[in-house]
Ligand binder design. Structure first.
Ligand code: NCD
Ligand code: ZN
Length: 340
């Protein structure tokens, strides 16, 4: 197959930032995707109705005419009660939980993971049918953080059987194995965790544009991720975790974590799925699974890709994308909005 049309592609984990960065990156996601789950880790984080509304409006303004649904998330805090969450039910698609200090702008996140302390909020979310997205990492040794977090996922999944829990940007075989143990556990997988290992980040010269949280892991982890993504396992969805930082924050002694992939995601996924004879699974991975798991109906948009080389630009504004200057074997050739 040399071409492929994807109906309503979705990116279920996206950082759009704010201000000038938002102006640069929002149109790039909107050009290829029908919608995205928008992460709340601004400074300060998106944690009330006013912030949700105003951030949503700024995103809409940055996107312009393009049809692009913003699936907003609220930054988890353990003092959210039923009435508060109920008042925001229509404005959010999920709540995103960060362990305190684990990644960019997560300082106000959860400390310690005492489930009893989180119960009132989680019970309310469960009753209201609000999915919980989690950045699942402990504060242990960097390669072990995700695997060490799995007992927390399990305890949450057991204690709140009606709460949909999404393990965000999974990067290990342990997370892949946990998926099938609980009916209410789901996962997003990024492009970069499907493509790279720690060798690409730090095995040769250090490549800051591939540095992210969770850090890319071993070959066997990448294999496990590929096995569920390329087969479009019904509990996994594409979430780019595209996380732009200005070049000077990446090419710096204290390199910020995050890989910017939004503008290359569909082309690179097509190339990867094609090279594994799995193109027929891409629709489920980048759209259908998310529509079913989140019960959402994104706006009509179809994206045609062709097996034609695409040279990744060196820069989008101040941001260096993944694979800058490299060639991807597939390109987006046409995007059709609206209609049937
Ligand atoms: C993300 C960011 O920069 O906001 N960084 C990252 O390395 N993935 C935050 C996150 O999702 O961890
Ligand atoms: Zn993220």
């Amino acid at each position: 197959m040399d071409s492929l049309t994807i109906d309503r592609p979705l990116d279920m984990h996206l950082h759009l930032r704010d201000g000038e960065m938002l102006e640069v990156v929002a149109p790039l996601s909107a050009a290829h995707f029908s919608g995205a789950l928008i992460m709340p880790n601004l400074l300060p984080p998106v944690s009330d109705g006013k912030m949700l509304r105003e951030y949503g409006e700024r995103i809409a303004a940055a996107v312009g005419e393009e049809s692009f649904e913003r699936y907003m998330t609220l930054f988890f805090r353990s003092d959210y009660d039923y009435d508060f969450l109920s008042s925001l039910r229509e404005s959010i698609t999920a709540v995103k939980l960060y362990p305190a200090g684990i990644t960019t702008n997560s300082e106000g996140g959860v400390e310690g993971f005492d489930i009893a302390e989180l119960s009132e909020t989680l019970e309310a979310m469960s009753e209201l049918g609000i999915p919980l997205c989690i950045h699942g990492e402990s504060n242990g040794f960097v390669m072990d953080r995700e695997a060490e977090f799995i007992p927390v996922y399990e305890k949450l999944a057991e204690n709140f059987p009606h709460l949909k829990i999404i393990m965000e940007h999974i990067s290990t075989k342990e997370s892949v194995e946990a998926l099938d143990r609980y009916e209410n556990l789901f996962a997003t997988i990024t492009l970069h965790h499907l493509l790279i290992t720690l060798d690409d980040v730090a095995g040769g010269l250090l490549r800051p544009h591939l540095f992210c949280k969770p850090i890319a892991k071993r070959y066997e982890d990448r294999e496990a991720l590929r096995s569920v993504a390329l087969s479009a396992h019904p509990k996994v969805m594409f979430g780019s975790d595209s996380a732009p930082h200005p070049r000077n924050a990446k090419e710096a002694p204290g390199c910020a974590a995050g890989v910017f992939t939004a503008p290359i995601a569909l082309a690179a996924l097509s190339e990867l799925f094609d090279s594994h004879g799995a193109l027929d699974r891409l629709q489920a991975f980048v759209s259908d699974n998310a529509r079913r798991i989140y019960d959402i109906e994104p706006p009509a948009k179809s994206v045609e890709l062709r097996k034609e080389p695409f040279v990744v630009p060196e820069r989008f504004g101040t941001v260096v994308p993944m694979m800058a200057g490299e060639e991807i074997g597939w390109s987006v050739v046409k995007v059709t909005q609206g209609g049937e």
